[in-house]
Design a protein around this ligand. Sequence first.
Ligand SMILES: NC(=O)c1ccc[n+]([C@@H]2O[C@H](COP(=O)([O-])OP(=O)(O)OC[C@H]3O[C@@H](n4cnc5c(N)ncnc54)[C@H](O)[C@@H]3O)[C@@H](O)[C@H]2O)c1
Length: 322
Amino acid sequence: MKTRIFIIGSGVVGAATGEGFLKAGHEVTFIDVSQPRIAELAARGFDVRSEIDLSDEPESLLFLTLPTPNDGHRYDLSAFSAGTAAVGRALAGSPTRHTVVVRSTVPPGTTEGLVKSTLEEHSGMVAGEGFGLASNPEFLRAVSAAEDFAHPWMTVVASRDPQTVERLRDLLSPFGGELRTFADPAQAEFIKAAHNIYNATKISFWNEMWLVAQKLGVDLDPIAATVARSAEGSINPEYGIRGGAPYGGVCLPKDTQGFLGFADRIGVDMPLLSAVVETNDRLAAIVSHEVEEAAHAAADQLRGPAGAARVVVGSAQERESA
Ligand SMILES: NC(=O)c1ccc[n+]([C@@H]2O[C@H](COP(=O)([O-])OP(=O)(O)OC[C@H]3O[C@@H](n4cnc5c(N)ncnc54)[C@H](O)[C@@H]3O)[C@@H](O)[C@H]2O)c1
């Protein structure tokens, strides 16, 4: 008998995920709490139910594609928690080992925090023993959900259990694209959050530049299109991604500061550029403090003038490379 895939929360992501698996030849059951949504999916011929029943089910995969909206500056995980608890109760009624995969976008630490504890509480089982647990964030765009699911350019899988990672690799690699695996689910969750925030930051960057261009009566489109091909930050995936290394040298400090004053004089406020400068200044202070502390600690440990000198030389190089 084939492994059944349960889709827990059958909205935009759940429907695209389930349909993609169906087209790839898997058996899929959709779960949702919304009656209109259930009726809609049933009308499309899908196996859709309001409750999860694992009592007669051999080993299955349960994908959590539940909503995780924000409420101001916090994630509202109430629906996500309720759906996870229902999965835990279903696990309790099953004699076989199932695997729960978190596909919703959640704050880093959720899979091994909220999800693990909720499933353990409601199933009476221990994660990794009674059931498998993994993170596999979804990168699809709502406008092209089905197409993006079918042809991903990046798939991320994380689990403490190497067998669960391999299980998901077998399931997802036929869809193509690059597949990266991690042992720590928080890394996968962080990737998805950083992915979205990076995209948002880029959009805000060009919108801020658009305000300046408008003020100057200059067409931004060819400017942005050229910078997209000229800036190393755009064309080199390795550039600027090392944490703890603020920018330095002559040009970046000069042109960020200088442009802020230029924009101010033509009456354009640039909060993002101000934050870029402030973030760099703060990082430089943190890093130099850490380097000094490490140098002192190492010098104390070596207890000799020659050893201390070696450490200070090393820290200076660190700052130069930043
Ligand atoms: N929409 C996107 O483009 C997109 C892309 C990538 C990731 N995501 C993430 O995927 C997750 C799902 O997003 P979405 O856009 O599909 O949300 P959605 O609102 O379209 O769908 C969520 C579905 O879950 C159902 N649901 C709510 N509580 C439930 C419960 N207790 N049990 C079962 N079903 C329940 C709802 O009725 C709804 O049909 C979110 O974490 C989101 O951030 C969304």
